[in-house]
Ligand binder design. Structure first.
Ligand code: ARG
Length: 853
């Protein structure tokens, strides 16, 4: 489509005017004139240019504002980038554009500044998108520029011209000074020194996966300039502008700013359109204009730098931030002391800036107009003997209102020299996604009330954000997909166990490691509840603010990309329902079977027997009476309960909790010993991904549920197995086991071919997962049986009265225990108790199972 539009223009310009090119005296004159700014008179990491130092730099305006740069190559011709003028394959009309010449700042008119309309825009026929090259354009001005000290053309290289790798050249423009951070007023032209990179070096850098795990293939006609370590680069808005190199007192344009991956990122130098290969294309288009552009001969041999390294063994830049010799000995850990207050812990984020919670400074002599006594503040840096002084305090605009924005930046009076013992922590770009399973640490942050106890484990492992999202009561809320920026960071870590006390200490920040590099990933939780783990607010949303203020904080790309089972989830998930007491029965879809059954408890009875128990409330376990109490014995044994053991691999080691049982409660039953027992724990177990109560369901079986018997295959190693089962209708159950069933017994049928059965002496539970995603406890195995379970729901009243916080879901579906007449059993089933095999097959064929009622 684009070809249609610009082909006629290209063709027009291609018609040569015989004899008009180029060796007339006039042209020679201009040649001498090109590429020479007045004697003596940024971009990313650049600085303000001196007026008139880059007199060929033009600003291309569309709709009243600066869009791209360009360079004056002849009085009526400007060189720029094709992508500035092509939108969705269509070349924009020349009439929409104007060229501003002789500009220094975009702030206001100056003597030399003048504007020209654009008569024609010419783009190579084979241009389609920046990554495919040929990103250049010629603009013919409606009338020639007014040449003078501030307006002069640049020299163009001939096709044979060689710019040696390593040459220091300069790029100029009014583009962004950081990613998504526009040049601030008064919009003074920026300049930055960039080194030309050889093709092999550049390709080598781009062959290493960078942002978004992407690599890139350089094409002929492209040129790279910049540094492997990044930090100096062109950026959005610089496109079309020149990259110029000085040779023999003249400036030649080696490149046209074209594109990059982000701006100033490590191993991602800027990509320019090489100008020399387009000599003929340019000459052909401008043919006939007088005076034309100048292509002076290359006067000096290109100085060949050190031999170009081969692709395989080039030196890629490693992160300069986030390196610690030893976890915990953080070279970025700083302390700010405000007179009269305890020190406030923060982090070094660049040579000159610290990040700390704003709450440390909000009440310490800080007024709206800023703190009065910065002079008296002192900063203690790691490995530095003397305290540093603070020059400036910048509070986040939402600092006082929003916990997740409780941030302040402090500028040191003098930048520090970085070393192995003193270096900034890495910060994340907004699109950074810390993978579940990442190894993290909690680090001191702010002015916490209580010091961490000696046994506090500061190690943490990131869980899928599903956990915290759903645990913290966003029921029914859509869970961010893997790869979408999470709303919370959810680390599993060991908290101090304090009997009956709910911690409330927010003096932590979360640092996470990717490929050996530490990132400041999140700040203090939104506390106020006892839920575990405490969630952290992702810090990457503040990356743009931090880099805007500091202009040099170390924002690093995501370094690890192994998504694990998380990445397979592409369907949006929603959080299962909660009860009035909070979340229950949560289990992530992505959890591999056998892992993470947070309500599954090991009950060690008198040291020799192990029973299965189910956490039904923070201080209560439900278990089978026959497993807990010896027949006939009336004494209460010594019982220990362990949670967080099931699924050893998914929750970091050491996340188990143990409790003593202080009482055993049995419902009042006449005659037989009741099948279910409630065990009261010595103190609460705060809900967390390794210890979370299951949901209970009054009445029948939740409609559409899928059900499982959960237990251990072997009571020795106690690796959980879940065997899929169907629950039979009461009538079938009754018929199969006629006469021997106590009331309130559920019977199940194992899925065909299922031989992963649970061991029965530990009394495994029967669970169902509802359509809404909640896991519900239905029953506990009857002594010695794999198929019969003592149902929970007949004991609803007893459970709610004893426990108080049991998670009964709202009733749904039909009641299970409806009255039935007993004489409807098919004749061959009656009495087939104890061996339901053949009969069950028959049932499967003839009779609807309980599911789908
Ligand atoms: N395409 C950008 C523009 O339109 C120029 C980007 C240059 N980026 C870089 N990292 N060198 O202004």
């Amino acid at each position: 489509m684009s070809q249609h539009l610009f082909l006629p223009l290209v063709m027009l310009a291609m018609c040569p005017t015989p004899g008009a090119f180029p060796d007339s005296g006039k042209v020679t004159e201009l040649r001498e004139d090109c590429g020479r700014p007045e004697p003596s008179a940024r971009i990313l990491g650049g600085s303000d240019a001196q007026p008139r130092s880059w007199p060929w730099q033009v600003s291309l305006h569309q709709g009243g504002g600066h869009v791209c740069g360009g360079s004056l190559i002849a009085p009526s011709w400007v060189l720029s980038a094709a992508h500035c003028f092509v939108t969705n394959g269509t070349l924009e009309p020349a009439a929409e554009w104007s060229v501003l010449l002789g500009m220094h700042s975009q702030d206001g008119p100056s003597d030399s500044a003048h504007l020209r309309a654009v008569a024609a825009i010419l783009v190579p026929e084979n241009y389609s998108s920046v990554e495919l090259g040929a990103d250049l354009a010629l603009l013919r001005l409606a009338s020639p520029a007014r040449l003078g000290p501030a307006v002069r053309p640049v020299c163009l290289p001939r096709a044979t011209h060689r710019f040696a790798p390593g040459t220091a050249c300069w790029a100029t423009g009014w583009g962004d000074v950081q990613e998504a951070d526009p040049l601030p007023p008064p919009w003074v032209l920026q300049e930055v020194e960039l080194r030309l990179l050889g093709e092999a070096t550049c390709q080598c850098l781009y062959s290493r996966p960078g942002p978004f795990n992407l690599t890139f293939q350089l094409l002929p006609g492209m040129l790279c300039a910049g540094y492997p370590e990044g930090r100096r680069d062109t950026c959005q808005g610089d496109s079309g502008g020149p990259l110029v190199c000085e040779e023999g007192g003249r400036w030649f344009q080696a490149g046209i700013t074209s594109f990059g991956f982000g701006c100033g990122r490590r191993n991602r130098p800027g990509v320019f359109t090489a100008v020399a290969p387009y000599e003929t294309w340019i000459r052909d288009r401008v043919m006939g204009s007088e005076p034309g552009p100048a292509f002076p001969n290359q006067t000096q041999e290109p100085q060949l730098g050190p031999r170009e390294p081969r692709e395989e063994n080039c030196t890629i830049a490693l992160p300069e931030c986030g390196k610690a010799l030893q976890p915990g000995a953080w070279p970025w850990a700083v302390q700010v002391t405000v007179p009269g207050f305890r020190p406030c812990h923060g982090s070094l984020v660049s040579e000159s800036w610290l990040l700390a919670p704003a709450s440390c400074f909000l009440h310490s002599g800080t007024s709206d107009s800023g703190p009065s006594d910065l002079d008296a503040w002192r900063v203690l840096l790691p490995s530095q003997p003397h305290a540093e002084r603070v020059a400036r305090l910048v509070l986040h605009e939402n600092a006082s209102r929003d916990d997740a924005a409780d941030l302040a930046l402090l500028r040191l009076r003098a930048p520090v020299n970085l070393s192995a013992a003193l270096r900034p922590v890495c910060l994340a770009h907004p699109e950074h996604y810390f993978l579940p399973g990442s190894r993290c640490r909690l680090a001191r942050w702010g002015r916490a009330e209580t010091a961490p106890g000696p046994s506090t484990q500061l190690e943490a492992e990131l869980l899928s954000s599903w956990w915290c999202h759903c645990l913290y009561g966003r029921q029914g809320a859509p869970v961010p997909l893997a790869g979408d920026p999470p709303l919370v960071l959810c680390p599993a870590y060991r908290e101090e166990e304090e009997a009956g006390r709910c911690w409330n200490n927010s003096g932590w920040t979360l640092v996470c490691r990717e490929k050996g590099t530490w990132f400041l990933a999140g700040i203090r939780g939104f506390s106020g509840s006892c839920l575990r783990p405490r969630v952290f607010a992702p810090l990457q949303t503040h990356g743009p603010w931090i880099s805007h203020v500091t202009r040099g904080a170390y924002l690093e790309d995501q370094l690890a990309w192994d998504w694990g089972p998380e990445g397979e989830i592409t369907e949006p998930q929603t959080c299962p329902p909660h009860t009035e007491h909070g979340a229950c029965g949560l289990r992530p879809e992505a959890a591999p079977t056998g892992v993470l059954w947070p309500w599954l408890a090991e009950i060690h009875v008198a040291g020799d027997r192990v029973c299965t128990g189910i956490l039904v409330a923070p201080g209560w376990i439900l278990a089978a009476t026959h497993c807990i109490l010896r027949p006939g014995s009336a004494t209460v044994p010594y019982i220990e309960v362990y949670l967080g053991r099931a699924g050893a691999s998914s929750v970091p080691q050491g996340h188990q909790v143990s409790r003593l049982v202080i009482s055993i409660r049995l419902p009042r039953h006449l005659g037989l010993r009741p099948p279910l027992a409630l065990l009261e724990l010595s103190f609460r177990v705060e809900p967390s991904p390794s210890a979370l109560p299951i949901c209970l369901h009054p009445g029948g079986i939740p409609p559409g549920a899928s059900c499982w018997v959960l237990g251990w295959k072997d009571p020795q190693d106690r690796v959980p197995v879940a065997a899929p089962v169907s629950i039979l209708t009461p009538r079938l159950c009754h018929c199969l086991y006629q006469g021997i069933l106590p009331p309130g017994t559920l019977c199940v049928l194992y899925a065909e071919g299922q031989d992963d059965r649970c061991e029965v002496t530990s009394a495994p539970p029967l669970l169902c997962q509802t359509e809404g995603g909640s896991w519900v406890l239905m029953g506990l195995a009857v002594r010695g049986s794999q198929e019969l379970f003592a149902a929970i729901s007949p004991e609803e009243t007893w459970i709610s009265q004893t426990v108080g916080e049991a998670h009964f879901l709202p009733p749904s579906g039909l009641p299970y225990w409806f009255p039935e007449s007993g004489d409807l059993c098919p004749p061959d089933l009656a009495g087939a108790s104890g061996f339901p095999g053949a009969a069950a097959l028959f049932l499967l064929l003839l009779t609807p199972l309980i599911q789908g009622w």
